[in-house]
Structure formats: structure tokens, C-alpha cells
Ligand binder design. Structure first.
Ligand SMILES: Nc1ncnc2c1ncn2[C@@H]1O[C@H](COP(=O)(O)OP(=O)(O)O)[C@@H](O)[C@H]1O
Ligand SMILES: [Mg+2]
Length: 85
């Protein structure tokens, strides 16, 4: 989607969702939502930290909307600069 002078990317899933108390923390390095003793999904907790970093460098923003047990939507907006066109 090209909205005004931004690129907007919307990524949605119908997964387990993210509790409101963690929506900030999932963007921190090495943070993974605690699941007790069950480790059935592999990862290091780095993906979203890099996503946020790259978006920051491009002066964009990422909005996380999530409903526990329903799914998650990430909306990424990156401005298009005149000198990049
Ligand atoms: N789409 C999603 N649905 C539910 N939880 C998610 C989703 N994306 C990320 N998370 C939660 O946020 C944590 C951090 O995500 P991420 O930085 O991608 O690291 P990783 O996937 O390596 O664990 C994940 O461990 C998970 O707990
Ligand atoms: Mg990940």
C-alpha cells in the first residue's frame, strides 16, 4: 500500500496472540513471552528487535495490535523521502 508519502505494510496472523502486558517488551533484545516449561517454538527473541531497529533507521513506525488467542497484526509505516524516489 502506498499511502500519501509512506509505504504501509500490514502483516497479520491468527496465532496465539500477545498479552497486552508484553507488547512493548517483544521488541526488546532476547525477550520472549514466557511459556513456563514448554519450549515448543524455537527462537532467540531477536527478530522484532531488529525489525524495530531497521524501521527506526528509516524513520518509520511499527504498531502492534494483538488479541490473546485471536491473532496479531503488525502495521509498519516507512516514509518515502523525496531524495529516495
Ligand atoms: N506473531 C506473533 N504471535 C504471537 N507471539 C509473537 C508473535 N511474534 C512475536 N511473538 C512473541 O514475541 C517474542 C519475540 O519475538 P521475536 O523478536 O520475533 O523473537 P523470536 O521469534 O526469535 O522468539 C516471541 O518469542 C513471542 O513470544
Ligand atoms: Mg520471531
Amino acid at each position: 500500500m502506498n499511502e500519501d508519502s509512506s509505504i504501509v505494510l500490514v502483516l497479520a496472523d491468527k496465532g496465539i496472540g500477545i498479552d497486552k502486558m508484553y507488547v512493548k517488551e517483544v521488541f526488546h533484545h532476547y525477550f520472549r513471552v514466557p511459556t513456563g516449561d514448554i519450549h515448543n517454538v524455537k527462537g532467540f527473541g531477536l527478530g522484532l528487535a531488529y525489525v524495530r531497529k531497521v524501521i527506526e533507521i528509516h524513520k518509520g513506525e511499527v504498531i502492534l495490535q494483538s488479541e490473546l488467542g485471536q491473532g496479531t497484526t503488525f502495521t509498519i509505516r516507512i516514509p518515502i523521502h523525496d531524495d529516495a524516489q
